[in-house]
Ligand binder design. Structure first.
Ligand SMILES: Nc1ncnc2c1ncn2[C@@H]1O[C@H](COP(=O)(O)OP(=O)(O)OP(=O)(O)O)[C@@H](O)[C@H]1O
Ligand SMILES: [Mg+2]
Length: 227
């Protein structure tokens, strides 16, 4: 069964001479457990696509189904709850809360959802991320790669159906970037997470099972590789 189905997604910005077709009739589906890279040059529509899939932006037309839920038919309030429970978002700049330590950052979205802290799960994730000796540190006391690992932990803790990553390695050197991709790959395998990774870095995209290339808001190729 498809975890994600995008049907005829379009999105335009501006009007008249300044009209931009950020997405132009994009359709594809992703099966449970797939690790998909979305790649394309700057301005091709990658982030727009990811934001619409993640429910942080609405399409101009078309539909997104996550499992069987028609995401954009939900009200704003229902969408916010659905997103918090089912979608993990990881960005280039980690968006951690500066006054909270690693543990607190990881469990925050779940606490906001009214759930009790699950100490065993937290311990497992922190060791999995290899951050045991840093747990009480604030984000400002961590390297970029470590901060990105915390943001992955925050996304994994809620056990989302879909992990969406927008240039997660964009702010890191190639070694730290590679470590982050390996971590995403192993969470894809070990936690059965479905991952969509946006990157303009070809060497990172090649790590995925499948590469969707977009240009001018359209899918120009969709290839399965290293399966
Ligand atoms: N809020 C907005 N208002 C107007 N135009 C926008 C807006 N957001 C995106 N665009 C335009 O839509 C197109 C796609 O943008 P998008 O951010 O999706 O590209 P991208 O592939 O993620 O690029 P990058 O690799 O630089 O992050 C671009 O031409 C961009 O200028
Ligand atoms: Mg982008």
């Amino acid at each position: 069964m498809s975890v994600l189905k995008c049907e005829h997604l379009s999105k335009t910005y501006g009007a008249g001479d300044s009209l931009v077709k950020a997405l132009d009739d994009v359709s594809f589906s992703v099966e449970k457990g797939e690790f998909v890279a979305v790649t394309g040059t700057s301005g091709s529509g990658k982030s727009t696509l990811l934001h619409i899939i993640g429910g942080v932006d609405r399409p101009g037309s078309g539909s997104v189904y996550i499992n069987d839920t028609d995401l954009h038919s939900l009200t704003e309030d229902a969408l916010a709850v659905f997103r918090r429970r089912n979608i993990g978002l990881i960005y280039q700049f980690y968006n951690l809360i500066p006054v909270l330590n690693i543990d607190e950052n990881i469990i925050l979205p779940s606490l906001l959802d009214g759930k009790a802290k699950d100490q065993n799960k937290l311990d497992e994730i922190v060791s999995y991320l290899n951050l045991n000796d840093r747990r009480n540190h604030l984000p400002s006391e961590l390297s970029g790669g470590q901060q990105q690992r915390v943001s992955i932990g925050r996304a994994l803790y809620t056990e989302p159906m879909l992990l969406l990553c927008d240039e997660p390695t964009g702010n890191l050197d190639s070694k730290a970037g590679k470590e982050i991709v390996n971590l995403l790959k192993s969470s894809n395998r070990e936690y059965g997470q479905t991952v969509i990774l946006v990157t303009h870095d070809e060497s990172i995209a090649k790590e995925a099972d499948r590469i969707i290339r977009i240009a001018d808001g359209k899918i120009i190729s969709d290839e399965r590789g290293n399966i």
